[in-house]
Each structure stands twice: as C-alpha cells, then as structure tokens.
Design a protein around this ligand. Structure first.
Ligand code: UVW
Length: 317
C-alpha cells in the first residue's frame, strides 16, 4: 500500500468548521438544527404517517456489522422457568417477571457516531487532542448529541431507485452531483440544513449472501472530492444518514484510502453520521406518493463517554 496517501496528506488544506461554534463545541453541524429548522421539518408533516428507521436488534435473519465487530447478543436472565426454582426470590402477591440484557457494540446496529469516533493526525473534531479518547471520550462523545436530539427536515435520496437497481453494487460510488440529480428526478430540491437520508439497499446483499457478504468488503456510497466537501459545508448539512454500515464507499477508488468522508465530513466539518438505517418502508412510501421530504427526529441514547449509540430515527410524513 506504499502509494496510498496518508489522510493528513490527502486532506491537507481541506475545509474545517473547527472553532465555528466555539472552542468547547461537541456537536458540530448539529448546531445548524435550530428551532426554525425544527419548524421547517414540521411543515413537511402532511399525513401523520410515522416510519421507524432502526434495524431490528437480534434479527433472526442476521445483524450486519462492520468487519471485526459482532452482532448484539441478548441474554435472558429471568423468565417463568426461573420462578420454578426453590432459590427464586419471592415477592408478596406472587409477582413473577422477565429480565434480559444485551451485550452490544455501541457502533453496531442502527447508530449515531459521536464526532470523536474517529480521526487522523492526532486530532478529533474541533481540534481536540485524540488522547481525550483514551478510556472513553472526554470530548465529542455521543452524550452531547443525545442531550440535544436531532430534529429537522429530512430528505430521502433513493439512489438505488434512481439508478434503476434493486441495490447498489459493491464499491459503487456517487457524488453530491448525483444526489442533486436524484432529488431532481424525485421532484424536489435539497435545501440548506436538510438531513440527508440516502438509500442504497446494499444490505439486502447481506441478507441474501450471509457470511460471503464480507468477502472483499467494500460498501457503495458517496466518494470524496474537494467539491463534495465544499458542497456539504456550503449547504450546512447537519447529518448524513444511510442504510449502509459506514455511510460512504469503504475504500476510495481514487486513492485507496479507507473512510475518507468520515474524516473530511465528520472530523473536519462536524457532520454527524447515522449508519445501518432500514429505509425500505419509507422508500416504498416515498415512491408511492412522490413525497420525499419529512420531519426527521432522532434521539440517540445518553451513554457517558461513548463513541456512538443505538438509535431508532423517525421519519414523519
Ligand atoms: C468504523 O468505525 C470503522 O466505521 P463506522 O463509523 O461505520 O462504525
């Protein structure tokens, strides 16, 4: 990989939003989602239909995760069989109850990335020292994102339908120009401060292929260019949500670097990333009624110092 550039080299001189919201900011471009933006989103609620965008944790069909991570495991701790035992606790009145717990990657399932989740060159979002991640994120964890919530106007960009495919292919790329063309074909614009929700349906291949899905792992998605980064900055995009595991083409075909946009958008511009969404029911609805805009609302869990959090985002039409 000798000729693969380092991210420091590739993104030298790339724009950042560091300092834009103060030296102590931890939520980045979510600052764009003001009360006015919430009301702009609410104006797109016309029928009251609610779509939940989380994948099922513990889905018997499987649980796609980034290579090296494992799917969440749910363990039953108390159930009716527990209460047959002589050692079972007794509660007045004959109370029985069931308890369980999950052991889950906070970067697994449908999730929000904290802005400090990844980095290059020893600095995370806003210029904080990457040593602040040791033992847990002291800066730019998911906690302040969860504290404020994420609400605004969402737009679905159905790249799979736009390209006339059931799902995009391994390593297939698209640009912000393609997102704009997709929106135009869908009959709407992408406006400043929209939450972008991009459908590839690539994870259909996970459910069809099983473990073979991970061979030569290279998800489709947006691909880095200086113009794309400038567009995200100028459009003040607060949040990019997709139905892939990592929101962008895994390995940039132009330079061989992994997850360039996590760095160019999240670390540098403070754009939050929402991954592994299930957009199928929402996409069918949008295709049927021709309405691709909605109120987007998400409340990641408040987990102290965490790199991310499971979430069940809502799209309300
Ligand atoms: C990595 O952390 C590598 O990816 P993601 O943000 O998709 O969890």
């Amino acid at each position: 990989m000798a000729d693969v550039p380092d991210l420091t080299e590739l993104l030298a001189g790339a724009p950042t939003n560091w300092g834009k919201w103060g030296d102590d900011d931890e939520v980045g471009a979510l600052n764009y989602l003001t009360a006015e933006e919430v009301l702009r989103g609410v104006a797109h609620v016309l029928t009251g239909e609610v779509f939940t965008l989380q994948r099922l944790i513990g889905d018997p069909k499987g649980d796609p995760v980034w290579p090296g991570r494992t799917p969440a495991e749910r363990t039953m701790l108390l159930d009716e069989s527990t209460w047959d035992s002589d050692d079972a606790p007794q509660y007045p009145g004959g109370l029985h109850y069931a308890d369980d717990k999950i052991n889950a990657f906070l970067q697994g399932s449908t999730q929000y990335d904290a802005l400090g989740h990844l980095w290059y060159g020893g600095k995370i979002w806003n210029g904080y020292d990457a040593r602040t991640t040791v033992g847990g994120l002291d800066k730019a964890s998911v906690e302040p994102i969860a504290q404020r919530g994420v609400v605004g106007r969402g737009v679905l960009l159905d790249m799979a339908r736009f390209r006339g495919k059931a799902s995009l292919d391994k390593g297939e790329t698209f640009t912000h120009e393609d997102l704009l063309a997709c929106a135009e074909a869908q009959g709407h614009t992408i406006d400043k401060r929209d939450v972008l929700v991009v459908r590839t349906n690539f994870l259909q291949q996970f459910f069809e292929q099983g473990p073979a899905f991970y061979e030569g792992f290279n998800e489709p998605g947006l691909v880095y260019s200086p113009e794309l980064v400038r567009w995200f900055q100028d459009m003040e995009i607060p949040n990019l949500a997709t139905d892939t595991i990592a929101n962008e083409v895994t390995t940039d075909p132009n330079n061989g670097v992994a997850l360039v946009l996590h760095n160019a958008l999240m670390r540098n511009l403070g754009v939050t990333l929402t991954e592994i969404c299930d957009l199928e029911t929402l996409a069918d609805s949008c295709a049927a009624d021709g309405r691709y805009t909605f109120l987007y609302a998400a409340a990641p869990l408040k987990v102290h110092r965490a790199t991310g959090s499971p979430v069940n985002p809502l799209a309300i039409k």
